[in-house]
Design a protein around this ligand. Structure first.
Ligand SMILES: Nc1nc2c(ncn2[C@@H]2O[C@H](COP(=O)(O)OP(=O)(O)OP(=O)(O)O)[C@@H](O)[C@H]2O)c(=O)[nH]1
Ligand SMILES: [Mg+2]
Length: 219
C-alpha cells in the first residue's frame, strides 16, 4: 500500500466532535515517549505532521488525520505521565472509553510498546482494556534499532508472553531505519481491503434483496 496524501483533520475530546464520515480508522495508542509521533511521521513520510498538531494543550486530545481521503489515522493521547492529577486521568479514561465504543466506523487499534522493556503495568492495562472492548487490535514494538537482532527476538518473546499476544503478530518497528514500515503498511492495507470487501458484500446483499422484493418475495 502507498500513502499519497495525509493531512491533519481535527481534534476531538468527545464523540460529537468525531468526523462526520465514519471512514475506517487506524488508531495509535501507547505510553508517552514510546515513539508514537515518530512512527506516525515515518509511516506518513512526513517530518513533523504528528507533532505540529499536538502542541501543548492539544496533547490531551484525540487527533484525526485524513489519509488519501480513504481512512483516518487517529492519534490517542499517551498514558503514563508521572504527575497527572487523578481528575485528568479519569477524563482520559472516559474519553478513550467513549472513543473505543463510540466511534461509528471500523477501527484497528495499534498499541505501541518499547521493544527494550518488559511491558509496564499500564501497558498491560491498556492491552487488557482493548481485549475487553473486543476491538480489533495489534501490537507494535518500537525503537527496534536500539537493540541487536538477537535481543529483538528475545524481547518479542517477552512482550508476547507478558501480554499474551501471538509473537508473529507483533511488528518490530524503527522510525530511524524504517524497519517494520512495509509490514505495518501491509497490515493497514489488508485491513482496509477487508473493509472494502465487506462493503461490497453488503451492497451485493442489499441489491439482491431489492431485486427479490421487486419480484414480490419476502426478505
Ligand atoms: N532510536 C530510536 N529513537 C526513537 C524511535 N522512535 C522515537 N524515538 C525517540 O524517542 C523519543 C520520543 O519519541 P516521540 O515520537 O516523540 O514519542 P511519543 O510517543 O510521540 O511521545 P509523546 O508525544 O511525548 O507522548 C524521541 O526522542 C524520539 O527521537 C525509534 O524508532 N528509534
Ligand atoms: Mg507524540
Amino acid at each position: 500500500m502507498q500513502i499519497k496524501k495525509a493531512q491533519y483533520l481535527l481534534t476531538a475530546v468527545k464523540a460529537s466532535q468525531y468526523p462526520e464520515a465514519a471512514l475506517p480508522a487506524v488508531t495509535f495508542c501507547g505510553r508517552s515517549n514510546v515513539g508514537k509521533s515518530s512512527l506516525i511521521n515515518c509511516l506518513l513520510n512526513r517530518r513533523n505532521l504528528a507533532r505540529t498538531s499536538s502542541q501543548p494543550g492539544k496533547t490531551r486530545t484525540i487527533n484525526f488525520y485524513a489519509v488519501d481521503d480513504r481512512w483516518y489515522l487517529v492519534d490517542l493521547p499517551g498514558y503514563g505521565f508521572a504527575k497527572v492529577a487523578r481528575s485528568e486521568r479519569d477524563n482520559w479514561r472516559f474519553m478513550i472509553d467513549e472513543y473505543m465504543h463510540g466511534y461509528q466506523g471500523p477501527n484497528l487499534f495499534l498499541q505501541l510498546v518499547d521493544i527494550r522493556h518488559e511491558p509496564s503495568a499500564l501497558d498491560k492495562q491498556m492491552w487488557a482494556w482493548l481485549q475487553a472492548a473486543g476491538v480489533n487490535c495489534r501490537l507494535i514494538a518500537t525503537k527496534a534499532d536500539k537493540i541487536s537482532k538477537g535481543a529483538r527476538d528475545r524481547q518479542l518473546t517477552l512482550i508476547s508472553k507478558t501480554l499474551q499476544a501471538p509473537k508473529r503478530d507483533i511488528i518490530a518497528f524503527s522510525s530511524i531505519n524504517r524497519d517494520g514500515r512495509d509490514e505495518l503498511l501491509r497490515l493497514i492495507g489488508d485491513y482496509l481491503a477487508a473493509d472494502t470487501a465487506n462493503d461490497t458484500a453488503d451492497e451485493a446483499e442489499a441489491s439482491a434483496a431489492t431485486e427479490l422484493q421487486a419480484q414480490g418475495a419476502e426478505v
